[in-house]
Design a protein around this ligand. Structure first.
Ligand code: OFO
Length: 175
């Protein structure tokens, strides 16, 4: 069993992961509209990853016998128009999510909640990966010098990304 405070914080994190999904979905629509179909595909796969992150927390609450409480999602604002600016935003966003995951890990430590400490370690590692992906993409964009041809090739490369998380959540947790 976890504390009410921990359950509330995890419900808050579900909202943040769902917002991440919503943000990447909005970014994907923007990039698709601009003709960068590969970038749009990469971002839509990111959307699925975020849904998986949210559902992993959701299942954990169920496994702990705690209530899932879904909150309203904020409107994602995407004013960025270039691929580079989109990935600058992705990196900024992931850094803020890392901070939020670290806060959750700190609460688990403070509460001597060993189960949640073990559970949240997966997210701590995942955030290293999330920041690394965005940083490497920014580095690649810098290497091609943001030339139109270079960005187009990066767009083709990004279009090769495939889904590595389940998209059917019906078998997760207590279902
Ligand atoms: Fe859920 O890791 Fe990105 O936001």
């Amino acid at each position: 069993m976890i504390s009410k405070k921990m359950a509330d914080r995890i419900n808050e994190q579900i909202n943040r992961e769902m917002y991440s999904a919503y943000l990447y979905m909005a970014m994907s629509a923007k990039m698709s509209e601009a003709g960068y179909k590969g970038v749009a595909k990469w971002l839509m796969i990111q959307y699925h990853e975020e849904m998986f992150h949210a559902m992993k927390f959701y299942s954990y609450l169920e496994d702990q016998g705690a209530s899932v409480e879904l909150k309203a999602l904020a409107k994602p604002e995407v004013s960025e128009k270039t691929v580079k600016d989109i990935f600058v935003k992705v990196l900024e966003h992931e850094k803020s999510v890392t901070k939020s995951i670290h806060e959750l890990a700190a609460l688990a430590l403070e509460e001597k909640d060993y189960a949640t400490q073990g559970f949240v370690a997966w997210y701590v590692n995942e955030q290293v990966e999330e920041e690394k992906n965005a940083s490497e993409l920014l580095q690649t964009l810098d290497l091609v010098g943001n030339s139109a041809q270079g960005v187009f090739l990066v767009n083709i490369e990004l279009g090769k990304r495939s889904l590595s998380v389940p998209s059917d959540f019906s078998a997760m947790g207590g279902h």
